[in-house]
Ligand binder design. Structure first.
Ligand code: PLP
Length: 216
């Protein structure tokens, strides 16, 4: 069960953490994957900026059940054959890391707002385009008319603070060098570090809603 009051308090805590680090605006994307509409409603009441969802079928189910009152960010791996169904629901596609997905978005969601997912830690298990290939993927996406808002990354699995700082700082520098405003980085366990390194958007799940039932 989601306790909306508790969620609002945690959002408040996170907002005050952010203001203690920076005077810049940092958006909170409430990651509602594996939780139901009660989590989405709690995020809305707590004035989160958006909800983040990872799984196509789950998101389609939720959207069919009731309207989603916040902009939906798709933060999972994008399967090209699912883009058509998701297009009416998704406001921002984080996690674009391949030219085939760019082509599918151009067809099904022309002009869509996207973030390019970068593998900033070099871990083989992580999706994302290697930093050296970001510029050419960006050029293709812009040429195709997509609205590239910035970059997105996931911190090191190890949770090591030195590695995390390195990954987040390098993403920020890369975004700056490409004149991209948004840097989506930082999750429940590393958002402070990410904000210190210049995050403009943090993606918070378990810290708002508790442990997820189980990974899908
Ligand atoms: C699940 C997920 C999150 C949220 O993770 P928490 O640790 O629960 O805050 C953020 N970003 C992505 C890409 C995710 O898959």
């Amino acid at each position: 069960m989601i306790d909306p009051q508790a969620v609002a308090e945690r959002v408040q805590e996170i907002r005050s953490d952010i203001t203690s680090i920076t005077s810049s605006n940092v958006a909170i994307v409430a990651v509602t994957k594996t939780f139901g509409h009660d989590a989405i409603r709690a995020a809305f009441s707590a004035h989160c900026d958006a909800v983040g969802e990872n799984y196509t079928q789950e998101l389609l189910g939720k959207a069919a059940e009731a309207p989603i009152e916040l902009p939906v960010h798709f933060i999972g791996a994008i399967q090209s054959n699912k883009v058509r169904q998701l297009a009416p629901i998704v406001a921002v596609w984080q996690g674009v890391d391949r030219i085939s997905v760019v082509h599918e978005l151009v067809k099904r969601a022309p002009g869509a707002q996207i973030l390019l997912q970068v593998n900033s830690t070099g871990e083989a298990s992580k999706s994302g385009v290697p930093p050296t290939e970001v510029e050419s993927l960006l050029a293709s996406a812009v040429d195709a008319g997509l609205n590239v808002r910035g970059l997105m990354t996931i911190g090191p699995t190890s949770g090591n603070a030195i590695e995390a700082r390195k990954a987040f700082s390098s993403l920020r520098s890369l975004a700056d060098s490409l004149a991209l405003p948004e840097c989506s980085m930082g999750m429940s366990d590393d958002y402070r570090l990410a904000v210190e390194c210049g995050s403009t958007m943090i993606r918070i799940g378990s810290r708002l809603f508790g442990a997820r039932p189980s990974a899908q």
